[in-house]
Design a protein around this ligand. Structure first.
Ligand code: PEP
Length: 254
């Protein structure tokens, strides 16, 4: 029995009030049919209330952040805390996206602190892992992912494990148009589930593991057909209502 499919849009630093309005004018037409699929979107922080207003009219789409601070309050100019995200009605936060790791030098230890803070604030966490092309070519994929999981998901309170989602996002597949093949993705997803079970001692049968990296309407079906792929974290294709709609329709059928 497959776990419930999640289709998560990561809008990154894109969209305007006008384009968000257009998106929901189109998407709201059909999305009510997809009650078998969890539809989540992470806009820029500043757009969260507007998105909620449009998306929550029928309580169909959950809204979250793309990052949060490692602390809950204080003198951290420019940061946004998990507690504030929760306060604004966010449901989840993405932590450890490869762009945060690469451009903002976020290391596993700080990502672990962010994860624990976000969970304690009452958010669900999508924790991202993934290898670079060089690491894959050097046959280090599993070692890299093991390290990211062991450090990033250490010391999670046992009552919060159910709120953790893992996203496998090979760095070489993000925004490149070149997705991992279903076989490549399934192999890593299976490894993640097994490793979390044996090392962190979580019962990972229920763990949602998303695949991310150039997912689009033309390749989502074959990815979602894989036993250990429970949905997708989608950048580019989630910006266009018609494409996001097709992704959710696929998720709803599985
Ligand atoms: C992402 O940024 O998480 C992502 C998967 O992007 P894209 O779908 O554009 O590759």
């Amino acid at each position: 029995m497959k776990r419930k499919i999640h289709i998560v849009g990561n809008w990154k630093m894109n969209q305007t009030l006008a384009s968000i309005k257009t998106f929901f004018t189109e998407f709201n037409e059909t999305c009510a049919k997809y009650n078998n699929c969890n539809m989540w979107i992470a806009p820029q922080f500043i757009h969260i209330p507007y998105l909620q207003e449009l998306a929550r009219t029928r309580n169909l789409v959950k809204v979250g952040g793309q990052n949060c601070s490692h602390v809950n309050s204080g003198a951290f100019t420019g940061d946004v805390s998990a507690a504030s995200l929760k306060d604004m009605g966010a449901d989840f936060v993405i932590i450890g996206h490869s762009e945060r790791r690469a451009f903002f030098q976020e290391k596993d230890e700080i990502l672990n602190t962010k994860t624990i803070n976000a969970l304690n604030a009452g958010l669900k966490v999508i924790f991202c892992v993934g290898e670079t092309l060089e690491e894959r070519e050097a046959d280090k994929t599993k070692a890299i992912i093991k390290g990211q999981i062991d450090k990033g998901l250490a010391k999670i309170p046992s009552n919060k494990i159910k709120d953790v989602i893992v996203a496998y996002e090979p760095v070489w597949a993000i925004g490149t148009g070149k997705n991992a093949t279903p076989e490549q993705a399934q192999e890593v997803h299976k490894f993640i589930r097994g490793h979390i079970n044996s090392t962190l001692k979580w019962n990972s049968d229920e763990l949602i593991i998303l695949y991310g990296g150039s997912v689009k309407p033309s390749n989502i079906d074959e990815l979602l057909d894989c036993q250990d792929i429970d949905g997708a974290l989608v950048g580019g294709a989630s910006l266009v209502a018609a494409d996001y709609d097709k992704l959710c329709a696929s998720g709803n059928r599985k």
